[in-house]
Design a protein around this ligand. Structure first.
Ligand code: GTP
Ligand code: MG
Length: 267
């Protein structure tokens, strides 16, 4: 048992477990505009990278009745499950992924959209860094059900997304305001954060500038790296997660992040 060779082999086999939450502008249409910022598509692409497993339609809203009237707070999340990915340095990471969503009231309830989602909605505790399963929903049978392993999960790091495409009924000011508020709250947790711009395949130049300006603010620029992604085109998806894992792991070596244009070329 104390044989160093065995120990080394064991060490090489170790899989690091990382719990990640994807956050960003969410809510009802009045908050997020005609479409969401791309959190579900981003999670979908990471969890199920094969083209045929990529869906554009994701459930985005919940009925209050899902929770039998037990409204503890207004925050919810989707649990996407676990996946193992290997870094360039050969480190295996097991990611458990949560998408933070928002709770809506009955007045603005919209019917569920179709499409595989791979997620079961579950209630989240007020404390952003401590998620506990309080309700298990198995409403739509066609969805693969993912259950939080111990009924709870401590988030180790955050991916905060910013949509750089133009979405009707959503102003850029609104998103900047929302995302900077999220970031300000996240930095208080002292947990690593990676900032991910989404929908770069349909990027608006002005919005890209705003997205960059936001993360260049003094309070963010030295601690929060930026990744420019597109879930539709499968560009710069894994890198954000890997970088976050390395930050959580406090590794000396960090993966190099290519700009959207560079990454789209080498894809
Ligand atoms: P909510 O959960 O409702 O807050 O939305 P969300 O943030 O999960 O957004 P979702 O992933 O459901 O995507 C919303 C819309 O954006 C969908 O119509 C997607 O097709 C579109 N979208 C998502 N990712 C991309 C992308 O990489 N490129 C483009 N062009 N559109 C995208
Ligand atoms: Mg979503």
């Amino acid at each position: 048992r104390s044989d160093p060779v065995t120990t080394m082999a064991r060490k090489g086999d170790t899989i690091r477990s990382i719990n990640v939450a994807v956050v960003g502008l969410s809510g009802v249409e009045k908050d997020k505009g005609h479409a969401g910022v791309g959190k579900s598509c981003f999670c979908n692409r990471f969890m199920r990278p094969h083209a045929e497993d990529y869906n554009v339609d994701h459930i985005s809203v919940l009925s209050q009745t899902d929770f039998s009237g037990r409204v503890v707070n207004n925050d919810h999340f989707l649990y996407w499950g676990e996946i193992i990915k290997t870094s360039e340095e050969g480190v295996d990471y097991q990611f458990s992924l949560i998408e933070q969503t928002e709770f809506i009231d009955d007045a603005s309830f919209q019917p569920f959209k179709g499409g595989q989602n791979g997620a079961v909605r579950q209630k989240m505790r007020r404390d952003e860094t401590n998620f506990r399963r309080e309700t298990h929903l198995g409403i739509e049978k066609e969805y693969e059900q993912k259950v939080l392993p111990d009924g709870k999960l401590n988030v180790d790091g955050f991916l905060c997304v910013f949509d750089v495409s133009v979405v009707p009924s959503r102003s850029i000011e609104k998103q900047v305001e929302f995302v900077s508020a999220i970031l300000n709250n996240l930095i208080k947790t002292k947990k690593p954060i990676v900032y991910v711009t989404t929908k770069n395949d349909e990027a608006n130049e002005g919005y890209v500038r705003e997205a960059h300006k936001l993360i260049q603010r003094n309070e963010f620029k030295n601690s929060i790296p930026m990744v420019e992604s597109s879930a539709h085109d499968n560009v710069n998806i894994d890198i954000g997660f890997m970088l976050l894992a390395q930050m959580i792991d406090k590794t000396k070596v960090r993966s190099k992040v290519l700009s959207y244009t560079e990454a789209a070329l080498v894809r």
